[in-house]
Design a protein around this ligand. Structure first.
Ligand code: MN
Length: 387
């Protein structure tokens, strides 16, 4: 591959930006007022996310250049042109060389910090009704269905409804609730069974942990290195969520169920496989349940890991035998690759074999979502229309 040839890649980690009035347009005010919303401080440096009466304060982690909206005087994010437009988005993708996309929500991820199951169900329904229109616009968009996990009943009803609507993947938080039974507990057996039955995959995304404002604003990592520690810990929560599915036998019971871990790198998978296998072999008396295969086999086969910039990630496949390494753009978030996608891709894969390159940039995604048409040949421009 020459360094100036256009590379095409599928993305295992992208986002849609919900319209700011999505809840007001679709819910009575007494519900809409309690839905997640973010407001930037005037200088664009801090953000307050309000979720059902709780307020989460954080320094904006990705304001490369703080910008101020001249009309309102408030801080705004600088976004890619197609951020809020499903048609313009195709132009951005074509320019960057991104073909199919697994598309998560943005503000919707804060829904997991709600505490009222029926309110959360109402919010997820609104976002999913909007996201499915997005998905229907282009065969290149694979949108995630937000699943309300504060109760099993609401989770099951929204999985069933979203599968009927055509969603192929359910977004779950890294823990279903703050205090209730976690993903490894038997309580969730019906959820995994229903996902397997409907053929929907599971998507875990960084930052989707349920939070409580007191903890978030108080004891969350602060002080020297605070931001780096928080960023690292966000990937750790996703790893643990995947480990819970493996260790409790979810994939043993449902071998067709697949889980994507987005925005958390890839080399943690072979690392975790070693940890789990060692315990499984050496601690025979303590391990339960027992499996027909080693934990590493479920991890390597049922779990896919999407990364953006990680220089080490291709080595998870090349040197460690983990084939489900999947690149992702994180479009249109500013920690993603918009504006430098081609440079990033060339840097990551130019020294790989064609088979390795194809697996990471195209094949792993296509295995998850075979209904998405394959990307154009490398070095070519997209077909007319391209949607
Ligand atoms: Mn992302």
């Amino acid at each position: 591959m020459t360094t100036d040839q256009k590379i095409w890649a599928n993305s295992g980690d992208s986002h849609l930006m919900e319209p700011h009035d999505i809840f007001r347009e679709n819910l009575p005010p007494r519900f809409a007022d309690r839905m997640p919303r973010g407001v930037l401080d005037e200088d664009g440096q801090f953000e307050t996310i309000s979720v059902d009466g709780q307020e989460f304060r954080r320094k904006v982690p990705f304001a490369k250049r703080p910008m101020v909206d001249p009309e309102t005087g408030r801080g705004v994010f600088e976004r890619a042109p197609g951020s809020n437009d499903m048609r313009l988005r195709i132009k951005d993708l074509n320019q960057e060389g991104v073909w199919g996309e697994l598309v998560y929500t943005s503000i919707g991820m804060w829904m997991h910090s709600m505490r009222d199951p029926l309110l959360m169900l109402a919010g997820c329904e609104v976002i999913n009704d909007w996201a499915i229109e997005y998905q229907r616009f282009s065969s290149r968009y694979v949108c995630t269905a937000m699943i309300p996990t504060l109760s099993l009943e609401t989770a099951l009803s929204e999985v069933e409804r979203s599968a009927d609507m055509g969603f192929k993947i359910a977004m779950l938080p890294t823990s279903p609730t703050l205090a209730g039974p976690n993903w490894n507990k038997d309580d969730w057996h019906p959820l995994w069974a229903l996902l397997a039955e409907t053929g929907m995959h599971v998507g875990f995304h960084a930052g989707s942990d349920p939070h409580e404002a007191d903890t978030f604003n108080g004891t969350y990592h602060r002080g020297p290195g605070g931001h780096l520690l928080n960023y690292y810990e966000a990937s750790y929560h996703m790893q643990l969520a995947a480990a819970k599915l493996v260790a409790s036998g979810v994939f043993e019971r449902h071998p067709t169920l697949k889980c994507v871990v987005s925005e958390g790198g890839a080399t943690w998978v072979p690392f975790m496989a070693d940890r789990l296998d060692e315990a499984y072999r050496q601690h025979v008396n303590q391990v339960w349940p027992k499996f027909n295969r080693l934990p590493s086999e479920y991890l390597f086969e049922n779990v896919y890991a999407s990364f953006q910039h990680d220089r080490s990630a291709p080595q998870a496949l090349v040197a460690m035998g983990y084939r489900n390494v999947c690149w992702g753009s994180d479009y249109p978030h500013l920690e993603g690759t918009f504006g430098h996608t081609q440079e990033t891709l060339h840097g990551l894969v130019d020294n790989l074999t064609a088979a390795q390159r194809d697996r990471i940039l195209k094949g792993a995604f296509q295995e998850l979502f075979p209904h998405v048409p394959p990307p154009p040949e490398d070095g070519t421009e997209p077909p007319e229309g391209g949607a």
